[in-house]
Write a protein that binds this ligand. Structure first.
Ligand SMILES: Nc1ncnc2c1ncn2[C@@H]1O[C@H](COP(=O)(O)OP(=O)(O)O)[C@@H](O)[C@H]1O
Ligand SMILES: [Mg+2]
Length: 194
């Protein structure tokens, strides 16, 4: 199967989930993320606002007290990499060109990916080796390209977040793809071997 067909298949699978399933998975996910975070030291965490059947982080965001949460933000003219804006009660919102809500703030108030401790990443499909298929824009790959030249462990930890039905047996890997350090679904935390 080509990357395009795999993407199409899992986008459909994700969007076919009922609102009950979406709500239940989001609640189960919250507990899995809390248990994952209980084991590691982290302060700054990037999350996302779910669209098109993506598993929702809203219950986790609403219950969070310990961590500072950031959301991805696009500045198409200046860079094709994601920047990350802090979320607070005072956040003012705007829509980006994909009609996704993002904080309305200036460049100087945002961080780049390597300033975060953890990035919770949405995805279309994943596999047990940590390969990630996104929506096709390559935004996370570009923003995390610095990871390819790393020879030793450094932040941020890259955590894919998904419904368990988005697991594919083995995804094709492309030269620019940045693999995940772990994947959290409503059912389990998966640590790729190796
Ligand atoms: N580090 C990078 N530098 C330049 N372009 C990149 C980089 N990473 C990804 N891209 C571009 O993004 C496009 C989409 O990447 P892809 O991995 O297919 O999307 P996604 O990760 O969203 O599934 C690629 O065709 C490639 O041109
Ligand atoms: Mg990719």
């Amino acid at each position: 199967m080509t990357v395009q067909l795999i993407r199409q298949h899992y986008r459909k699978t994700r969007q076919a989930l009922s609102s009950d399933e979406l709500n239940q998975n989001a609640l189960l996910l919250k507990h899995r993320i809390d248990s994952y975070l209980g084991r590691i030291r982290a302060q700054k965490i990037a999350a996302y606002l779910s669209v098109q059947g993506e598993i929702s982080l809203n219950p986790w965001i609403a219950g969070n007290q310990k961590h500072k949460i950031y959301l991805p933000k696009l500045y198409e003219v200046t860079t094709t990499k994601l920047r990350f804006a802090a979320l607070s009660e005072k956040t003012v919102w705007t829509h980006n060109r994909f009609k996704i809500l993002e904080p309305d703030c200036g460049w100087g108030e945002t961080l780049e990916a390597n300033q975060l401790d953890i990035i919770l990443m949405p995805l279309v499909a994943f596999d047990s080796s940590g390969n990630r298929l996104g929506m096709g824009g390559g935004y996370y790959d570009r923003s995390l390209a610095f990871r390819r030249s790393r020879t030793h462990w450094l932040k941020p930890r890259l955590v894919g977040v998904a419904h368990s039905c988005q697991q594919h047996p083995q995804l094709p890997q492309q030269a620019w793809d940045i693999p995940l350090d772990c994947i959290i679904t409503e059912n389990e935390i998966i640590y790729p071997a190796g």
